[in-house]
Design a binder for this molecule. Sequence first.
Ligand code: KIV
Length: 258
Amino acid sequence: MINKIQKLINKKNKSKIVSLSTYSKNMSSIIDNYCDLVLVGDSLGSVLYNFKSTRSVTLDMMIEHSKSVKMGIKKSLFVVDMPFKTYRNSKEALKNAKKIMSNTKCDAVKLEGGKKIINIIKNLIKNKIPVMGHLGILPQSHIGKFKYKGKNLIERNRILNDAKLLESAGVFSIVLECIETKLAKEITNTIKIPTIGIGASEYCDGQILVLDDLLGLNPINARFVKKYSNLKKVINKAVSNFTKDVKKKKFPKKKHSY
Ligand code: KIV
């Protein structure tokens, strides 16, 4: 039987890949019906915990949120981010990746970086841990305001070369975060594995967003986010109606009581 990873790879040049980053069961059980790939991203640090960067996210936080997300997944490929300082060398990376895989039952892990971590990635793959790459803006290494990548030739060549290195190391897909359009297109056309873009143009093989961003739950104003809903408004309305009902003694009614 063809496995979930091969199924994802086979989508390249055939059908666009739909991916979302989320952190809990209630959300994953909904998005699983639509997604090819569900990620528990370390973006949870800023989205849920108000951390200034993803660097404060711990392995335990990733594992606990991933266990919750896993409960809602029936069919999607399930990927978990390895957080900052959990893959500084091959030994540390393998120990932590095994811990993530065994505790969360995910299908793969995602690591940020190219050439600098290529031997670490090769060692994971040699040890049968499927790996997704991540190039462009690397939030774990980035301090300060996010700007897009690929502005000059040196940077473009480095990112393209990193993509080729990751492919030959055996990663099954690469997230391209905030990469200039022509470069994202060139990478996508050069490598045989799928690219999943976030702020990296329509030319990627698939797209990923943080679910809370597209639902309008997270106050983010990044150019790459399209808000498909204003759930904040919906929740405000529901809670305000509940408040009115309680104050006016309209809730609970007999049918809500024992
Ligand atoms: O942390 C995350 O959610 C991510 C995606 C946005 C790609 O890495």
